[in-house]
Design a protein around this ligand. Structure first.
Ligand code: G6P
Length: 374
């Protein structure tokens, strides 16, 4: 066991730190750089015979549970932008509870690290019965979801042992960004976005390596938060998913109550919780939502909120309303890939909080890596 962990103490720690490599493996052979006259493209072998059908579908429905659902949520905006097809989200258990409508003209995308989660698998059976084209995005070759879907993409992140998913999350987002590029095809209107996204993907492992340097800073932050009862995480746009996933990590391993909040909903309830004691992480990296997040920070500050702001490098002065505010500066990347970079400090925070609080990092109480019963 110690050999598998290499120089690390825990699998979760190892899996967080190996993300530059796992992302490289996820992209290997799938991004075609193109010479000066040749457009850059994406090749996803497992989908090539189905791309036309996907482009013609009435909508794309993402279906998953836990972290896999959050990864799909992070990828939703880029898929909408590049494909022009409406994209909806379904938590697998909720789709089954409602027996929600799934049509022949739908493309249903099943996202699952293990490929064995009972609810996701049952939702797949349901979608197959309803005649939808079913696509699997899994990390496990020959898993049930990989076998029963019509086509799919393996994320190739390597085995993930820690119950809390880390490297699979970032690889899932990257695969879904590549899926968006593949569905979007080579339309002229998407050209600039497509090229910027492919360039961003190629450079992403370097940026992830850079953000991992925040390890000690996140450990210091964890020491400050060790005795807290609760932590809120505010995000929006591409980083709504980061807020949900960051809060999920803190909740599941550090056993601390944590809630990811859509910042646009702040005034519809969450604002009532704000005081000088409750720590709040606000994700305010540079993208189309930046000025809205600046305003959120001002409003939280006006209510004496205890702020920890995640911003792009060099933006500390632009985002911090006062000296009491703590900053996490991360490298800026293409907006659709920013969730990959932004989740990493929160994974590190959850990891260090757990170790400092003395809980089991790799096997949190009451949780299982793969939930194979309903
Ligand atoms: C469990 C795991 C989570 C995972 C979820 C979905 O709850 O603890 O880490 O995100 O199942 O699993 P899947 O294998 O379908 O991605």
């Amino acid at each position: 066991e110690q050999i598998n962990k290499g120089k690390y103490e825990h699998y979760m720690q190892k899996e967080i730190h190996e993300q530059p490599e796992s992302l490289t493996t996820t992209m290997r052979g799938r991004l075609i750089r193109g010479g000066s006259h040749k457009a850059k493209t994406v090749l996803l072998g497992g989908l090539k015979d189905h791309l036309k059908t996907i482009r013609r579908s009435r909508r794309i429905v993402f279906i998953g549970c836990g972290t896999s659902y959050n990864a799909a949520l992070a990828a939703r905006p880029i898929l909408e932008e590049l494909s022009g097809v409406p994209v909806t989200m379904e938590v697998a258990s909720d789709l089954l509870d409602r027996q929600g409508p799934i049509y022949r003209e739908d493309t249903a995308v099943f996202v699952s690290q293990s490929g064995e989660t009972a609810d996701t698998l049952l939702a797949l059976e349901y979608a197959l019965e309803n005649g939808a084209l079913c696509v699997g995005i899994t990390n496990t070759v020959s898993s049930a979801i990989a076998r029963h879907t019509h086509c799919g993409v393996h994320i190739n992140a390597g085995a993930e042992i820690g119950v809390a998913s880390t490297k699979a999350y970032t690889s899932q987002i990257v695969v879904m960004a590549m899926l968006a590029l593949a569905i979007g095809g080579d339309t002229i209107s998407n050209e600039a976005k497509r090229e910027a996204t492919i360039d961003g993907l190629i450079d992403l492992p370097n940026k992830v390596r850079e953000v991992l340097h925040l390890d000690q800073e996140m450990k210091d932050l964890a020491k400050l938060l060790i005795a807290e009862q609760s932590l809120l995480v505010f995000g929006r746009g591409y980083n709504y998913a980061t807020a949900l996933e960051g809060a999920l990590k803190v909740k599941e391993v550090a056993l601390m109550h944590s809630e990811g909040i859509l910042a646009g909903e702040m005034k519809h309830g969450p604002l009532a919780l704000v005081d000088e004691n409750l720590p709040i992480v606000v994700i305010a990296t540079r993208d189309a939502c930046f000025s809205k997040q600046q305003s959120v920070i001002q409003q939280l500050h006006a209510r004496k909120g205890r702020l920890i702001v995640m911003c792009s490098k060099g933006d500390a002065a632009a985002v911090c309303p006062g000296e009491s505010c703590r900053v996490i500066e991360v490298p800026q990347v293409e907006d659709c890939l920013q969730p990959v970079v932004n989740i990493i400090p929160l994974q590190l925070l959850a990891y260090h909080l757990t170790v400092l609080r003395g809980f089991n990092v790799d096997q949190p109480r009451n949780l299982a890596k793969s939930v194979t019963t309903q």
